[in-house]
Design a protein around this ligand. Structure first.
Ligand code: SAH
Length: 367
């Protein structure tokens, strides 16, 4: 604590939380509904503009609360239309948010933590280590800022928690943000249009089943525990069979898309052989699945390389021949370092360089 009285940030509070807040002030629950519409549908954060609230209430809100989204430190536009924002957070840290326009939709990729503690050996976010969890205001605030920056013509139709961090290790703060993405009075997105991606935190998947319905994506990257543990160290704690059992439990409770999307980053000579594809078919045989193959995106200092496109296509063919829905994710925004696994949020520090050396060692151990 700083000792300075801080105002309550109303941003990031779910409908239920806002109703409780206003109830404590002796206000009716519909105040919460009005507040949601002002903040998220009209993008208004100035209490004076909230003309359907009484003057006395506006004055009290002004004195004791605030609506504070993260600041935009910089904006980068790719030649392919992708936009990346570096969002400034209190304390000097930063996270990245990416907008990916496609003809039929606009996807916003948001971060849930500053850095990450999972140390996946092929991800640049891992090189910066873990700094802290984002709070709910900082998570939904990325959507608020992106909506403001994009203006009216470009709509956010889908949100994916695939930016920096592991959302299921920050579920307390992620949950109200998900509720706001789904809430008709806030962003009002359908369950299948909000995706939480996890490296495989099994208790988190079970806990997510209690929250608002969202689609589940799981970063698999390997069909055997032996290989997966080397790419995603969390696998030592939650091996593949436990992870897939949790996916099945999730689907039986939520099933927004009737299937789980498995992300599989294609790394040259590591996990991209036909044998890996055949094993993957067997492993996923009993889980309703889709596979999204992600061409590995390089970043400074990484020892890994992307599989050649011909091998990615061959891998996809084997999966398809086995009856699996398999797509190849188009690399977007790589000219502005906005592609999967390229998000670092701040410039290289000494710690980052140390972590890159550790990755190099890990790569040698794999070879
Ligand atoms: N921690 C969560 C959310 C991050 S999502 C998770 O692991 O799912 C980011 C996705 O991009 C994950 O599937 C991740 O494995 C993948 N990824 C990470 N580094 C990458 C890289 N260099 N190239 C391609 N994909 C990468």
């Amino acid at each position: 604590m700083t000792g300075i009285a801080t105002k309550t940030n109303l941003l990031g509070q779910s409908r239920a939380q806002l109703e409780r807040f206003f109830a404590e002030w002796g206000e009716k629950p519909f105040r919460a509904r009005q507040m949601l519409q002002w903040i998220y549908q009209r993008g208004v954060v100035d209490f004076d503009a909230m003309t359907d609230l009484s003057r006395a209430l506006r004055e009290r809100l002004q004195a004791e609360t605030e609506i504070r989204p993260p600041g935009v430190m910089s904006e980068h536009r790719s030649i392919d239309g992708t936009v990346k924002w570096i969002m400034a957070l209190p304390g000097g840290s930063a996270v990245e948010t990416v907008y990916i326009p496609e003809p039929d939709r606009g996807t916003l990729c948001i971060s849930s933590q500053v850095g990450c503690m999972l140390n996946c050996t092929f991800c640049s976010t891992a090189t910066q280590g873990f700094n802290r969890n984002l709070d709910a205001a900082e998570i939904i605030g990325q959507v608020w800022r992106a909506t403001e920056a994009l203006g009216a013509e470009r709509r956010i139709t889908n949100i994916v928690l695939m930016g920096m961090g592991e959302p299921l290790l920050n579920l307390d703060q992620v949950r109200p943000a998900l509720e706001l993405m789904r809430d008709d009075l806030a962003y009002g997105l359908a369950a299948r249009r909000v995706t939480v991606s996890t490296a495989g935190v099994v208790p988190g998947i079970d806990a997510l089943a209690d929250g608002p319905g969202v689609a589940l994506a799981v970063s698999l990257h390997a069909p055997t525990d032996e290989l997966r543990s080397r790419l995603v160290p969390l696998n030592r704690k939650y091996p593949i069979d436990e992870l897939l059992a949790a996916c099945k439990r999730y689907l039986s409770e939520k099933r927004p898309k009737q299937s789980v999307t498995f992300e599989y980053t294609m790394i040259d000579g590591v996990n991209d052989a036909p044998e890996h594809a055949r094993k993957l078919l067997k492993v996923l045989a009993h889980v309703p699945s889709k596979i999204n193959l992600i061409p590995f995106n390089p970043f400074p200092g990484t020892p890994f390389e992307c599989s050649p496109m011909s091998r990615i296509q061959q891998f996809q063919e084997i999966l398809r021949a086995g009856g699996m829905i398999a797509t190849v994710r188009k690399t977007r925004g790589d000219d502005i370092d906005a592609a999967c696994g390229q998000l670092v949020g701040k410039v290289l520090s000494a710690g980052t360089r140390r972590a890159l050396v550790q990755q190099q060692l890990a790569r040698q151990a794999l070879a």
